[in-house]
Design a protein around this ligand. Structure first.
Ligand SMILES: *Cc1c(COP(=O)(O)O)cnc(C)c1O
Length: 336
């Protein structure tokens, strides 16, 4: 099966499994796991932050970050379509009494500074206390450029806000613009990075920030049940991903462009040129998207059904798969 639903479907390679098997471990809640300690130190160095903490998932990472930045009755400004608002079951509000202030996301994936300024509350007993700006990069496969983050830093400083960056797919964004993790981290107060997506680990994310911030986040991680024991197994998988699965992200990006190029000829598809590993395709109304998904499934190609498709390339999809997929989609379109 060639699975385009997400890059979360990637399975650990035998080499990654071997690295996990060889992990030297200890009890991480006691701070005893050497593999975790080494990996967290590596991530702190890479990001340019003082400290880093492994977490089970990106959702847990964002939750720890939001609760470490904001207390009860304090608010974070966030994009309406951003993961840290829309796709985390309202965790910060449910578990931390943190007030979300969602605003419109521009077509570029950015939040406009005018829109942000308009919702920052003045110091008045009527209002929640605005504390944090929560950004995302990449957003729906779109890369937010470095200039945006340098402007965001100046803006946030002017308004006394901290910045959290949900960088679930930050390495895709960095690969597309050719800069390093610490280059973008200089502009934010914390970053969350997922390893279970394009980087191919079975689980795990990392939250980076100042020592004080991570100490606070560590207590919250424990509170939400994220203190794990022989977590070196997870850390070694992530360490392996750093060594082997970052540079190859450009292959996923090239495969996405190839798939888009091969499909643009069809007049029944509106294909958006991908910036990273996501190909967005709008189907003509004359095409039944659910039926297309069924036909493709019978040919060994799995996509999420609907009229607006998102096809995600990743390390379990190679160039031959892409060519086969484009050919098969074109054949199926003839039947619809
Ligand atoms: C996937 C994702 C997350 C959360 O990741 P999980 O590990 O699935 O909880 C957070 N933010 C963004 C932008 C994501 O794409």
């Amino acid at each position: 099966m060639i699975d385009y639903r997400s890059d979360t479907v990637t399975k650990p390679t035998p080499e990654m499994m071997q690295a996990m098997l060889n992990a030297e471990v200890g009890d991480d809640v006691y701070g005893d796991d050497p593999s975790v300690n080494a990996f967290e130190a590596r991530m702190a160095k890479l990001s340019g932050f003082q400290a880093a903490m492994i977490v089970c998932s990106g959702t847990q990472s964002n939750l720890c970050a939001l609760l470490a930045h904001c207390g009860r009755g304090e608010e974070y400004i966030v994009g309406q379509g951003y993961h840290a608002y829309l796709y985390e079951a309202g965790g910060a509000a449910v578990l931390g009494s943190v007030v979300p202030q969602p605003i419109k996301v521009q077509s570029s994936g950015e939040l406009s500074f005018a829109d942000i300024a308009a919702v920052i509350k003045e110091d008045d007993q009527h209002f929640a206390i605005t504390k944090l700006l929560s950004l995302e990069n990449s957003y729906c496969g779109k890369v937010i450029p470095m200039e945006y983050f340098s402007e965001a830093r100046i803006f946030a400083d002017q308004h006394g806000l901290a910045i959290h960056l949900d960088g679930a797919r930050i390495f895709n964004a960095l690969t597309a613009i050719g800069v390093e993790l610490k280059d973008i981290c200089q502009y934010v107060d914390s970053i969350s990075v997922c390893f279970s997506k394009g980087l191919g680990t079975p689980m795990g994310s990392v939250l980076c920030g100042s020592s004080d911030f991570i100490a606070k986040a560590r207590r919250i991680r424990k509170m939400v049940g994220g203190g794990t024991r022989q977590a070196g197994i997870m850390a070694k998988a992530m360490d392996h991903a750093l060594d082997h699965n970052i540079e190859r992200l450009q292959v996923d990006h090239a495969n996405a462009v190839l798939l888009a190029d091969l499909l643009t000829e069809s007049d029944k598809l509106k294909v958006i040129t991908p910036q990273t590993n996501m190909v967005y395709i709008d189907l003509d109304d004359s095409i039944d998207g659910d039926l297309l998904a069924k036909l493709l499934l019978a040919e060994g190609i799995q996509i999420s059904a609907g009229q607006n498709l998102r096809l995600v390339t990743h390390l379990d999809i190679n160039t031959a798969d892409i060519i086969y997929t484009a050919d098969t989609i074109k054949e199926c379109l003839k039947l619809l």
